[in-house]
Design a protein around this ligand. Structure first.
Ligand code: ADP
Ligand code: MG
Length: 249
């Protein structure tokens, strides 16, 4: 065996350039057969390493997003939910709305796909290495409340404010007392005009006063959320129940 070849193998191994090592033979063959220059061959070889690095980076961004599942837009049956404009959802996945710090609100009854669609946009963002985080409204409020008790509210607030895209799921399923509503307001206010937020809710905006048990705070939250926002109002049947209904028919 050619000794400089085995030295190169060892070097790549030592430098942990696994992809370059794995594609070494094929690249040398390709270089020889196509009379590639040294530079071109090296570009080809380093690209293997870079491609893998990008895939890993994408995976870790998606992991950091804490999504409830990995459902994407391609897994969504738009025929089942005709009130949804598919082109609008596809446009969201281009992340144009994040560039203009806009929000999205998915509004509709249980099971119509709010969490699925929000998650799929979140995954699209994470894949493009946009810092993204998914959290249920109730967990978010519990965390803010706990931080407040432990005198680290500001730090927590800053933490949630830094994400370029924050997904807050299930507003309105559980009531929020007016003290907690103020904590939530501060987060919304901090992100206002700076960062994009996707919210999902089963509650019409006129009922947010009841959810937050304070009409003033609820209006202040809504004001900021809706100022630059697209509301996707989903009117339709629950996907969870579709098989039950089918059986009944
Ligand atoms: P919601 O958040 O509106 O209550 P989900 O997004 O959690 O509803 O949807 C409930 C379940 O049904 C999930 O598993 C979701 O992936 C699935 N689902 C909902 N709508 C569709 C659809 N149109 N096509 C495919 N799966 C769907
Ligand atoms: Mg949901």
């Amino acid at each position: 065996m050619n000794s400089s070849y085995s030295k190169l193998q060892k070097n790549l191994e030592y430098l942990k350039l696994k992809q370059m090592l794995a594609h070494l033979n094929e690249t040398i063959d390709f270089m020889t057969n196509n009379q590639l220059s040294f530079t071109d061959a090296l570009v080809k070889l380093t690209d293997y390493e870079i491609d893998m690095k990008e895939i890993n980076m994408m995976r870790s961004m998606v992991k950091m997003g804490a999504f409830p599942h990995f459902k994407e837009v391609k897994d969504f049956d738009f025929d089942f939910q005709p009130s949804i404009n598919k082109q609008q959802i596809l446009d969201f996945t281009t992340l144009r709305f994040i560039e203009s710090q806009e929000n999205i609100v998915f509004l509709g009854p249980s099971g119509v796909g709010k969490t699925h669609l929000a998650t799929s946009i979140g995954i699209a963002a994470a894949k493009k290495r946009t810092s993204t985080y998914f959290i249920k409204c109730n967990d978010l409020i519990m965390n803010l409340k706990k931080a407040k008790l432990e005198n680290r509210f500001e730090t927590r607030l800053k933490h949630y404010s830094k994400y370029k895209l924050l997904l807050i799921d299930e507003i309105g399923y559980l009531p929020i007392d007016s003290e907690d509503a103020k904590l939530f307001f501060q987060l919304i206010d901090m992100r206002y005009e700076k960062k994009s937020t996707i919210l999902t809710t089963n509650a019409n905006f006129k009922d947010w006063g009841d959810i937050f048990q304070d009409t003033k705070i609820a209006n202040a939250i809504l004001d900021r959320v809706l100022h630059y926002a697209t509301v996707v109002n989903i009117i339709g049947e629950s996907y969870r129940l579709k098989d039950h209904f089918a059986k009944e028919k």
